[in-house]
Design a protein around this ligand. Sequence first.
Ligand SMILES: [Zn+2]
Length: 273
Amino acid sequence: MKSSYQNLIIAAALCTCAAIGLQSSLAQQTREVSFRKSNQASKRDIGSAKILDGEVYIYHIFVSDPHSHWAEGEVATVKRKLNEAYSFITRQSRKHGKRINFVDDFSGFVSLDRRVPVDAHADPEWTEYTIDKATGGSSVQLVQKLREQSKIKSIVICLHVNKAALSYNLAFYKNVSQKYQAERMICFSAYPDGRETSSATYAHEVLHLFGAGDLYFPYDNDGRRKSHAARLFPNDVMYRVDYNIDSLNVGPFTAYRVGWTDSLDPKYSGFED
Ligand SMILES: [Zn+2]
């Protein structure tokens, strides 16, 4: 199991942005993990969330642990941000002739007797444990059941944690253990410095699960690709997030990665790993 575990760890992507001033903490965290990659080509069109078009079923689980709980008003705030994120993605998709309809399922709540890790590189097994506690089965079983009930192909799982940490995702790709083909994102309510998580971060994580990669290249050893992306896609939501989501967009590289275009312009091929 070691190999699948190692691969899975690589799947976890740190998600933050220059615009909200988290660069220094990100640099500290990525220094020791420079062997990781942020933009695996094989993340496209694979897993429980393949091409981002049509109906998308999002199964939400609000996770409490001995140190954090959800109040009703806080859940309402998350729902508002999710709706802003969905509107943003839907508007962007229309430029490519796509019609997306997000279907939320808020039936999942769970209270754990163990601490939820805030480190994006923690053993992701805790997410399986949490999904099992909330639904009585594995993530793959949950996706299968939801597909049968809803007739919707694209299913993603969102674990919400009321803590200050960097939100991240476990997008599926080649060589990752099959049990993680049920794609999931872990959304914390606030950034590590305590500021509240923006709706753009929710959009960023959803796009990741459909194959988008980070355009700020947190795992590169130098800043070349990040600088290049900054010139080409300064407002791409995979390059940066912003409290004003209307200042952002989905650029041509990300559009290809989530399946809104069918081929990648060769001038962008260097952004894939
Ligand atoms: Zn990211």
